[in-house]
Design a protein around this ligand. Structure first.
Ligand SMILES: Nc1ncnc2c1ncn2[C@@H]1O[C@H](COP(=O)(O)OP(=O)(O)OP(=O)(O)O)[C@@H](O)[C@H]1O
Length: 329
């Protein structure tokens, strides 16, 4: 095995369901060993399908992938031994205790005797589950269950850990605790972690590199800072009192582009987003231009670029909107 090769490498993965739903439309990925990589995208973007292929649970229609140096199609057994998978739904048996779940998982990977007990104790301690270890999992809180899920994925000391939406459904406190834990795992254990998330903040906080997935394709990839840095200047978001029609949008976009210091203008329905060298300085001129165009403004805010702005730039629409679209389906 080539130890310098990326921990995960995928080339041109394509997957369709039922002949007409294109889940993946040519995904390319390379994840450095020992790093945390975030696959970011709204529901239905293709994140889970990518993870299923990389964890040998699904086959691509075409394309290749290696994980921990093993080909997912030719050596799925080797891939499975080298990876831990924490899926969206809990894999724990609710009737069994935390300790029993960990023991069972360890046995599945060939651990036994003192080595097994030691590993189980270590994981209970690391995920602050020692006190709850003798209680059935059905009585655990959401955060405790999720911590147990991650512990279960780590029993056999995998090289690569897949976390599919690790904090979905957790309250803010449990989410923050899980973020600390994931950060520690990567820093202290040299694990490679691929996490999928639809929380922009989660990717920003945890991942050294992020790929934005939209409609089965990676639309942009890089460090969160580099992606945000590519967006020159500040973001100015203006909420409108009345929605713009197509003609109004085109006219307004043209008018705002003429405002000094403004680079980019994106207008959609109720909102206009602008990039400006100095957001605060541009606001008065922007508001004046909007007034001249007869557009009524509800609010105007200036912000440093966020991953949401990165998404807006590359996917051409707002992250929250794609979520709303998916929700409305
Ligand atoms: N088993 C399946 N049969 C048919 N279509 C599927 C199947 N699994 C996924 N899809 C479709 O493939 C596309 C990608 O889905 P996928 O689950 O990979 O997205 P995702 O980004 O992981 O979203 P989520 O966060 O909801 O899991 C979607 O259009 C989805 O409806």
């Amino acid at each position: 095995m080539n130890t310098r090769a990326p921990a995960i490498e995928a080339r041109q993965l394509i997957k369709t369901y039922g002949g007409h739903v294109t889940a993946l439309d040519g995904i390319d990925l390379a994840v450095e060993r020992g790093s945390v990589f975030g696959l970011l995208g709204p529901n239905g973007a293709g994140k889970s399908t990518t993870v299923k292929i990389l964890t040998t649970l699904a086959r691509p229609d075409s394309g290749t992938a290696t994980v921990a140096g093993h080909d997912v199609l030719r050596h799925p057994d080797r891939v499975r031994r080298a990876i831990g998978v924490v899926a969206q739904g809990s894999g724990a048996d609710p009737v069994a205790t935390g300790r029993e779940n960990l023991r069972l998982q360890g046995r599945l990977y060939g651990l036994k005797g003192a080595a097994l007990e030691q590993r189980v104790d270590e994981l209970l301690d690391r995920f602050t589950l020692t006190e709850a270890a003798r209680r059935p999992v059905k009585g655990y809180s959401g955060g405790m269950r999720r911590r147990l899920d991650v512990a279960l994925g780590l029993v056999h000391r995998p090289e690569v850990l897949f976390l599919d939406e690790p904090t979905t459904g957790l309250d803010p406190e449990a989410r923050s605790a899980m973020w600390d834990e994931i950060g520690r795992l990567a820093a202290e254990e040299g694990l490679t972690i691929l996490l999928t998330t639809h929380y922009l903040e989660e990717a920003d906080r945890l991942a050294e590199r992020v790929a934005v997935v939209d409609r089965g394709r990676i639309v942009v990839e890089g460090t969160p800072d580099a992606l945000k840095g590519e967006l020159r200047g500040d973001a100015v978001h203006v909420e409108l009192r009345e929605p713009l029609g197509d003609a109004g949008r085109t006219l307004l976009t043209g008018a705002l582009r003429g405002v000094p210091g403004v680079h980019e203008v994106l207008a959609d329905g109720h909102r206009v987003s602008v990039r400006a060298d100095d957001g605060a300085a541009a606001v008065p001129a922007l508001l004046a231009a909007l007034e001249r165009a007869g557009v009524k403004v509800a609010t105007a805010t200036v912000a440093r670029p966020s991953l949401d702005d990165v998404y807006l730039r590359y996917a051409g629409r707002r992250y929250s909107e794609t979520e709303a679209l998916v929700g409305a389906r």
